[in-house]
Design a protein around this ligand. Sequence first.
Ligand code: SF4
Ligand code: SF4
Length: 344
Amino acid sequence: MTFRTLEKKNFPLFIENLMGAMEVVGVRERIEGKYEFAPLESPSQLCLDYDVTIFSPKKYILPPRETLLKFKMGKVVSCEPVLESRPLAIVGVHPYDIKGIAQLDRIFAEANDDEHYRKRRQDTVIIGVDIKRASPYAFCKSMNSATVQEGFDLLLTDMGESYVVAVGTKKGEGLLEQQALSKPATKEEMAKRAEVQEKIPYMFSLNTINTSYEDLPKLLTDRANSKLFEELAEKCFSCGSCNLVCPTCYCFDVQDDVNLNLSAGERFRLWDGCLLEGFAKVATGENFREDRSQRIRHRIFRKGKYIYEKYGEHGCVGCGRCASACLPDIANPVEIFNRLKEGK
Ligand code: SF4
Ligand code: SF4
């Protein structure tokens, strides 16, 4: 990996040049203290010292609704795949979201090749930024996601008057060369960057899981019949918000929409969530997780056991979005894991 220095006074020009070359989305303040990834119309809208965004940047790679194919019916039936994508830069992605995207890459591109996802991902440049401010619900230290060494094209670390930019890919290197005025980082700047990065996990020290990363699956196995899941279910609205804001939830539903004269239609997919009542319902009407406590347990097992057993890393990156999105305040993985550890 190479490292370059980009002075802050030259940063707006870099973003402006990027905007001339491709669509650029970045972190913007939506209302006071609430941030979102949204298209940038000017570099001044970009906010890089945010705590967390309401939704993760996943929405640009795996959209909430996406047409997969269009079909025609009649004597001859035909269908055409729809692959919608365009060159896109996502600017200001925090390390936990970089890890979330890397996990989606593994699931959609490496495990089951999904050409819709793959095409969009190939067209996307990830420009990350190291965390400067921790969200109150985030627990990145526990999930090994406070900093990252891969998964980005470029990663900015704030040095005061400049950024040290870690160049993670050839694509990132090309962009920096063509669109920015940067120079090689000095030894002193590299040492300062290492110091800054070492401190980042400690921003999350007040919000930690009392079980090690590797021991979470065993904790869940041991506590699979805990009454806690029923207690939480009494308050759960089955709204699915905890799934929808999550950077690593990837479930979707596929539906067909046929026009009124039955001559043509489209097949599309929509985000789905395991907390929604109909998620595990099958064609006969049977629902394999009819009870809310079963759905809550399933979500927690996905976050702390099943994905780890398959990919060697947890399906939770500790962003805390589920905790802040849950109205009855029962979705926080830190509280659930810690209460399970206490034997509750
Ligand atoms: S489970 Fe919650 S904290 Fe973990 S990645 Fe998903 S939204 Fe973030
Ligand atoms: S956000 Fe809270 S209330 Fe809504 S489904 Fe998730 S746990 Fe239940």
